[in-house]
Design a protein. Structure first.
Lengths: 200, 477
């Protein structure tokens, strides 16, 4: 996972609340064998509506999603996070997140910043008055900046630390790389090896 | 060195010894231990997203020499030289092939001599050994515990974790001793032992435990039988099942492709001999079963704990004290279309499935063939025999078992999971009833609306002859 400090990019105002993970990615896409390539699955049902915000060319290349409260509730599918990441989002700001979704996000390097409802409204208005405007999400300072507007957000300390350090579970284990390597050096020579292929 | 002041180490169980010997980092303040994984088995269903995760993070597989893949869940058992018809199955298998090629992983594909159910292939190659840690993205990884290995199933994110680091963060477990003493009567097998154990402790009775099977009846089992017992530990909810290694284990291993040789063999045996649970070691729970009185066992319900002796009748839910168990039994009887009080032996079946990682090894096929030899199958019963691996199939054919099977009127298929879970075309039709040597009798497991009775290979064979649930003893007289 890459270290996350700040991200600057086009912001998308998603004026909806209680966006559950079934909406973020419909169940029909879960049969796939990949963890990538879900960009077309993101909000797939809503995107069939030409007036849906992501169908507006002004928001092409978006990296920050600003959504209403209770974003990511419902089913635990990690695919919801994969789809947002694949589409290009690095951060979602919302007044409230579904717990499981927020946990899954931390594992996949997606920042979930909790903002006040008033600030959410301010960001929406600013983005809608200038579609395609960029905003900056600063994880060190824990705030988002859009022009003169500076909006603080909350994020779990441990998740923030892992994101700043760029650590996923595997990366955390790899902090013990030396211990793993030392352990490997002590392993007996008779232990099973799948390679090279042997025929008795 | 050997000074008399040295503290005597506390007696430990087999499971604790294996755990201790794989500690890379001891977890502190409630964080998990980091354990080294000696052998990682991979198949097509639970690996695609794990490979993708590696790709996204730009990580290689840390130890390709401790990893091996095979195709099993989706593979057809007929016409294996033709393209796989179902697109989802085909894509999963093709994805494994691409991933294995890209990462350099050893893969045994459909048509290959070593292809087969992942839990049959590992032991057959001599890769599964005493005292090692084995993982696979599949719950029946517990099978490998038959060798005195610590073996458990993992999820896709953990598959990625092991591919990348060859370790897993794990929380400690509890230990349960299951002692089976006595001598099995003729016609009673390892499958009956484990079905009886699960009926005794319940389908969640082993939760949080590593089971250690011990006692004279376990020691008397062949490796195939021990694998059957450990395979179904997971059906009692346990994390793993283990059996201490002994001469039977060593005899099975010796000379296999990847078994240690020469000095390595001697060193290995010396270490393996230190593994059995120490005298005085304490288990968190203990269970006892008398092998002398055990009958062939069969399930009547929709979880593996819902079983009775074949000579018993379908139980009456009204007589079950626990309200949850009673409700579950009522639901199960409805799904299974069974009436309380019906003698199990009067239940007719539509199909018999002989296969799965529980009972598809050469010894299982021999047992099945020994009963059906000289008989023809019952009218209208579909009988399918699916060897666990391509090598088992070849071995069986060399012994002429396929001729016995085909003359009996059964279908002799190619290796794979097949009707154990029906991811391939081998499925029950709605309402069909099957005597199956597999491990799960869940609703719809063998096909939507299908009804499963879990049985041993001997009972499967006798049932295929008579058309109703039967043991070989019922064929006499
Ligand atoms: S045979 Fe059945 S239980 Fe065994 S690995 Fe295959 S699907 Fe799973």
């Amino acid at each position: 996972m890459e270290k996350f400090t700040t991200v600057t990019g086009v912001g998308v105002p998603l004026r909806r609340s209680a966006v559950d993970t079934d909406q973020i990615i419909p169940a029909v896409f879960l049969k796939r064998v990949t963890k990538t390539g879900f960009e077309d699955a993101l909000f797939a049902n809503w995107r069939q509506d030409p007036t849906f915000v992501l169908n507006d060319d002004a928001y092409a290349g978006a990296r920050v999603l600003v959504a209403g409260p209770n974003f990511g509730t419902g089913s635990s599918r990690e695919h919801a996070v994969w789809a947002l990441r694949d589409y290009g989002f690095d951060a979602v700001l919302s007044p409230k997140f579904g717990d499981i979704f927020r946990g899954n996000s931390g594992k996949q390097g997606l920042v979930t910043g909790q903002i006040s409802e008033a600030d959410c409204e301010l960001l929406w208005s600013a983005m809608e008055s200038q579609p395609g405007i960029e905003l900056t999400v600063d994880l060190i300072e824990r705030h988002a900046v859009l022009g003169d507007l500076v909006v603080p957000f909350d994020i779990d300390d441990y998740v923030r630390w892992r994101l700043l350090e760029g650590l996923d579970d595997i990366a955390l284990t790899l902090r013990n790389e030396q211990a793993i390597t030392d352990f490997e050096a002590s392993r007996a020579s008779w232990l099973p090896k799948t390679l090279p292929v042997r025929h008795a | 060195m050997g000074s008399s002041t040295q503290p005597v180490p506390a007696p430990r169980t087999l499971a604790e010894k294996v755990w201790d010997d794989h500690l890379v980092v001891k977890g502190e303040d409630g964080s998990p231990d980091l354990l080294y994984i000696d052998l990682h088995l991979v198949h097509e269903v639970t690996s695609p997203q794990a490979f993708d995760g590696l790709r996204v993070a730009g990580r290689p597989v840390r130890r390709l020499d401790l990893t091996i893949a095979t195709e099993d869940h989706n593979t057809p058992t007929q016409n294996i030289d033709r393209p796989i018809a179902d697109p989802t199955s085909r894509i999963q298998i093709e994805t494994l092939r691409t991933n294995a090629a890209e990462f350099g992983m050893r893969l045994h594909s459909l048509g290959d001599l070593e292809q087969g159910i992942v839990h049959v292939v590992g032991p057959q190659l001599g890769l599964t050994m005493p005292g090692i840690t084995v993982v696979c993205g599949d719950s029946h990884t517990s099978t490998h515990g038959a060798f005195g290995a610590m073996a458990f199933g993992i999820g896709t994110s953990e598959v990625e974790h092991v591919l990348a680091t060859q370790t897993l963060p794990l929380k400690a477990f509890k230990t349960m001793a299951i002692t089976v003493d006595g001598t099995l009567r003729s016609g009673v097998t390892a499958k009956d032992i484990i079905l009886a154990v699960i009926a005794q402790i319940g389908a969640s009775g082993g939760q949080g435990y590593v089971l250690e099977f011990r006692g004279s009846a376990i020691r008397a089992l062949s490796m195939e039988g021990r694998m059957t017992v450990c395979n179904m530990s997971i059906e009692a909810g346990a994390r793993a099942g283990m059996i201490a290694p002994d001469e039977t284990t060593y005899a099975y291993l010796k000379g296999r492709d990847h078994a240690p040789e020469g000095v390595d063999w001697d060193d290995a045996v010396a270490y393996w001999n230190t593994l059995p649970t120490d005298e005085g070691a304490v288990f968190d729970a203990e269970v006892f079963l008398d092998a002398n009185t055990l009958d062939p066992f069969v399930t009547w319900g929709t979880n593996p704990g819902q079983g009775v002796s074949l000579s018993d009748s379908v139980p009456n839910p009204a007589e079950i004290a626990d309200a949850n168990d009673r409700a579950a039994a009522e639901r199960a009887l409805q799904y299974m279309d069974l009436v309380a009080g019906t003698p199990m032996k009067e239940i007719p079946v539509d199909a018999v499935f002989m296969g799965s990682c529980t009972n598809s090894r050469i010894e299982d096929l021999r047992a099945f063939a020994s009963v059906i030899k000289g008989h023809t199958k019952a009218e209208g019963v579909r009988v399918m025999v699916v060897p666990g691996s391509a090598r088992v199939r070849i071995e069986a054919e060399a012994e002429g078992l396929h001729t016995i099977i085909e003359e009996f009127g059964a279908e002799w298929r190619f290796a794979g999971c097949s009707m154990c879970l029906g991811m391939n075309p081998d499925q029950l039709a709605p309402g069909e009833r099957c005597a199956s040597t597999s491990n799960r009798n869940f609703e719809g497991r063998q096909g939507k609306g299908g009804r499963t009775h879990l049985v041993s290979p001997l009972v499967a064979a006798a049932t295929a002859i008579r058309g109703t649930l039967s043991s070989p003893a019922d064929l006499e007289g």
